[in-house]
Write a protein of this length. Structure first.
Length: 252
């Protein structure tokens, strides 16, 4: 493991695992940079025909590390990782067994296919700390579930169960807790043995059709986050998070 990321080359599949289970795989800048480097490497490695992205332990990714880790440049690294996954000319599968929260939700949904176990859930919890979505979630989600459902997720910070996510179109494969691994193995076997070049062109076409404004949206998100981290609401949100209580926002 390097910088909180474990990697295994399993035949034609590159397995990338976010590996900070004690923090539910919350990401900091070195972790994001490490994952990004492996995605870039997969593009040049002809032996890799598919990528699997998972999280260690009971969570997929709980979002950005708010506990004081190395987060300088994290927004740029997060945006770069999402764009690298989308532009990678090979299929990327997210295996989600637990919570995909905040940036973790955007990260999972940037993948081409999402295999979710029944205990998994998706949540945009930014409002709980006085922030807005990042990582391109503002572009990724409306194309999948529509503007109103996206606003519902963002403004209420509700947890969306794996079953609901599948019904809404956020998840490509829904598996029971006991058959999750077998469903995931079947998906990986199918795509890693498929027509890789055709998949690459398909990804380009789908991105052109649905994510043409991704970089512009990410720029707005980054500008918004930069403004919001200087607010009293954000400071209160972080204090409440650390003290495990509900925040008292004042709107400034």
């Amino acid at each position: 493991m390097v910088n909180g990321v474990s990697v295994e080359h399993d035949g034609a599949v590159l397995r990338i695992r976010l590996d900070r289970p004690e923090k539910l795989n919350a990401v900091d800048t070195p972790m994001l940079d490490e994952a990004w480097a492996h995605i870039r490497g997969a593009a040049a490695d002809k032996s890799v025909r598919a990528v699997l992205l998972t999280g260690a332990g009971r969570g997929f990714c709980s979002g950005g590390d708010l506990t004081g880790g190395d987060t300088v440049g994290a927004a740029d690294a997060a945006n770069g990782l999402v764009r690298a996954i989308i532009s990678l000319p090979k299929p990327v599968v997210a295996g989600v067994q637990g919570g995909a929260v905040g940036f973790g939700c955007a990260l999972a949904l940037s993948c081409d296919l999402v295999v979710a176990a029944s205990p998994a859930y998706f949540q945009l919890a930014f409002a709980r700390v006085g922030l807005m979505p990042d990582g391109g979630a503002s572009a990724l989600l409306p194309g999948l579930i529509g503007r109103v459902r996206t606003a519902r997720m963002v403004m209420t910070a509700e947890r969306v169960s794996a079953a609901t996510a599948f019904e809404w179109g956020m998840v490509s494969h829904l598996a029971g807790k006991d058959d999750y691994q077998s469903v995931l193995a079947d998906v990986l076997r199918s795509i890693s043995g498929g027509p890789t070049l055709a998949f690459g062109w398909t990804k380009r076409a789908l991105a052109a059709a649905t994510l043409g404004e991704l970089e512009a949206v990410q720029a707005v998100e980054a500008k918004g986050q930069l403004a919001l981290i200087d607010t009293a609401d954000f400071r209160e949100g972080v204090r409440a998070f650390r003290e495990r209580r509900d925040p008292e926002f004042r709107g400034h």
